[in-house]
Write a protein that binds this ligand. Structure first.
Ligand code: ATP
Length: 605
């Protein structure tokens, strides 16, 4: 079968999402609102399954992670401390002709000939006899090298007309060859405005008075609440470092250019873990050495002597394993290590897990490069330190093992460890604006405190988006193949090969005929038997083949048909057996009704 083009494929996926009730445009009856989406009956189940599976994998099945559910609006100082009020901004540019807005860093570099104009003179006086309105604003248009300058002139005339010049005569035309410029609109060649920084946080006011005093923000990420509540959780959770706190919740970003369906939305959900660890100096003091990665791959069960690099690698591998467990093959994912120049100043390493979406840019070999599903960052002790500084509340933990181990460390090694810890603290303090005369003694004091068992924990942060994952799962599952109709004739079918763990409906129950009360009664009985344990869908209308096809499109992995054999009409050995049809292979097997639940449960867990 011919593979559809990426854009066609995306269109088909978007259309299926609407048709089957996975994803609708928000406020569609009013024309929609850009960057906001609603999940219909199947989409709501899919998202819930993703979140449930993440929650179980990240906390319920672990000893060392606990959950949190924090408010969306927090004290504005949280966002001063995290840096979001000052640095959470994207550069934006507008097309000078159409006003279309772009994120400056997302414009593809282009090469060509730029035609510059110094302004335009109005020929109205001569043409119409009206008063002339000249414009002295310089403007340029980029066109392909070798293309006739008439194209650039046409665009430039439109630009000057917009500025009130009725019959523009272009002035001072000058051509210039440009390489890899991002200053022009890729759609029409028009010059863009200079980049301006635009803060992505949505603002609101708390209480009835809308003044500066009452400004608050809709959280742009869920992570900060975890840091802000770190001490409270530590006090109650009976955990000690290393341990994690995780949270799922809504986040809001006033994205300049929402695009690629739900991939970049203005309201979305995140699933975030902050996993707190000892600084490497403390690990060495307690364990005598620090284990570092010996090569790629999962490093196995956590060990006390792991330094931050081992923990980082561990979480990268755990998270990739998570995606594989819900049906994203390893080959569809890319593990992208951010380059030193891409890292945030406090980050020691960040790995982005990318999924090869149909709309991903292609690399030189034509392979999709992938788009971010999740970032796993080793953030040092930056976040807790910031909240400690801004709130004045201590974020330091006491580590009894460290206190007990310290005196046993060789004197010379003690000095080295204190020096390396003190240097890191000094770097943080001076970077965050403390004057040297204050930062130096403070860093020394903090190093002395390390020797007594006190430190601000470091953190590894796996941060994933629910909506991007839902979209990746749908894209990955979408397939078109051939299936036989009622008469055995092959016809094309659309099938969503969602993993049973995330599929919105796990099993569909069909009585063969709806006008036979014995068949309907038995099917309803099976539905009621399974319903307390898993999502089932009961359907009695239409030919059985059509009912299968509807469920194939919904991603339902199994179908159960109650037929006359079930009633024992073919022989007692078939009584209380049903046909179980597998969506992907379309194979049908006979199964006892009593075996259905254990079989399906095993597929789903
Ligand atoms: P991007 O570079 O794509 O804007 P980011 O690096 O800013 O993403 P993070 O701040 O690391 O993203 O957020 C963690 C996760 O939250 C992302 O990996 C993604 O899954 C999700 N996410 C972030 N922004 C959006 C958005 N606008 N729409 C949907 N999901 C998002």
């Amino acid at each position: 079968m011919v593979e559809p083009k990426a854009t066609d494929l995306m269109e088909r996926i978007v259309s299926l999402c609407k048709r089957k009730g996975f994803i609708f445009q928000s406020s569609e009856i009013y024309g929609g609102i850009n960057g906001f989406w609603d999940y219909g009956p199947l989409g709501a189940e899919l998202k819930r399954n993703i979140k449930d599976y993440w929650w179980r994998a990240m906390t319920r099945w672990r000893q060392d992670v606990v959950g949190l559910e924090a408010s969306i609006i927090m004290h504005p100082k949280v966002w001063h401390a995290s840096g979001h009020t000052t640095t959470f901004a994207d550069p934006m540019v507008d097309c000078l002709l159409t006003k279309k807005r772009f994120r400056a860093d997302q414009i593809e570099p282009q090469s060509g000939t730029a035609y510059h104009y110094s302004g335009a003179q109005d020929a109205s006086e001569t043409v119409e006899g009206g008063p002339a309105r000249n414009c002295a604003e310089p403007y340029s248009v980029l066109i392909e090298t070798g293309k006739h300058p008439g194209y650039a002139q046409e665009i430039a005339r439109k630009f000057y007309k917009e500025r009130g010049v009725r019959w523009p005569t272009l002035l001072g035309e000058r051509g210039e060859e440009l390489q890899n410029t991002t200053r022009y609109n890729p759609d029409n060649g028009s010059l863009l405005t200079e980049p301006r920084l635009f803060n992505l946080m949505f603002k609101t006011h708390v209480g009835p008075v809308e003044d500066q005093e009452n400004v608050a923000y809709l959280r742009p990420e869920t992570a900060q609440a975890i840091f802000a509540q770190f001490k409270n959780v530590l006090d109650v959770a009976r955990q000690k470092v290393p341990f994690g706190i995780c949270q799922i919740g809504k986040a809001f970003r006033n994205e300049i250019n929402p695009r690629n369906f739900t991939f970049r939305s203005r309201e979305f959900e995140q699933m975030e873990l902050e996993f707190f660890i000892r600084p490497d100096e403390a690990v060495e003091a307690v364990c005598g050495s620090v284990a570092r990665p010996q090569g790629p791959g999962h490093p196995g069960r956590p060990q006390a002597n792991w330094g931050w690099q081992m923990w980082h690698q561990y979480w990268v591998e755990e998270r990739i394993g998570f995606y594989e467990n819900i049906g994203l093959p390893r080959a569809s994912l890319v593990e992208y290590w951010q380059k030193p120049e891409e890292l945030a100043h406090y980050a020691r390493a960040t790995v982005d897990i990318l999924y090869k979406f149909p709309f991903s840019k292609r690399d030189a070999a034509g392979e999709p490069a992938g788009e971010e599903l999740e970032g796993i960052a080793a953030r040092g002790d930056f976040d807790l330190s910031q909240h400690q500084r801004f709130s004045g509340k201590s974020m330091v933990v006491f580590d009894e093992e460290l206190k007990a181990a310290w005196p046993k460390v060789e004197k010379e090694r003690q000095e080295q460890l204190l020096n390396s810890y003190g240097q890191a603290r000094l770097k943080y303090l001076t970077k965050s604006g403390e004057p040297e005369e204050k930062a130096v003694p403070q860093a020394r004091e903090e190093a002395d405190r390390l020797a007594q068992g006190y430190f601000v924990p470091h953190v590894i942060e796996p941060s994933a988006g629910v909506d991007r994952l839902a979209l990746a799962l749908i894209c990955n599952a979408y397939a078109e193949d051939q299936a036989p109709d009622e008469k055995g004739k092959m016809e094309s079918r659309i099938v969503l090969r969602l993993h049973p763990r995330v599929a919105p409906v796990k099993v569909a129950i069909f009585p063969l005929l709806k006008n036979r009360p014995e068949l309907v009664g038995k099917a309803v009985e099976i539905r009621d038997l399974l319903r307390p344990h898993l999502a089932v869908f009961y359907d009695e209308t239409g030919a059985i083949g059509r009912r299968y096809r509807r469920q194939d499109e919904a991603g339902t992995p199994f179908g159960v048909t109650v037929d006359f054999d079930t009633l024992g009409e073919k022989g007692p050995e078939f009584k209380d057996t049903v046909t179980l049809r597998a969506r992907d292979t379309m194979q049908q097997t006979r199964m006892k009704i009593n075996d259905l639940l254990p079989f399906l449960s095993e597929k789903i867990q």
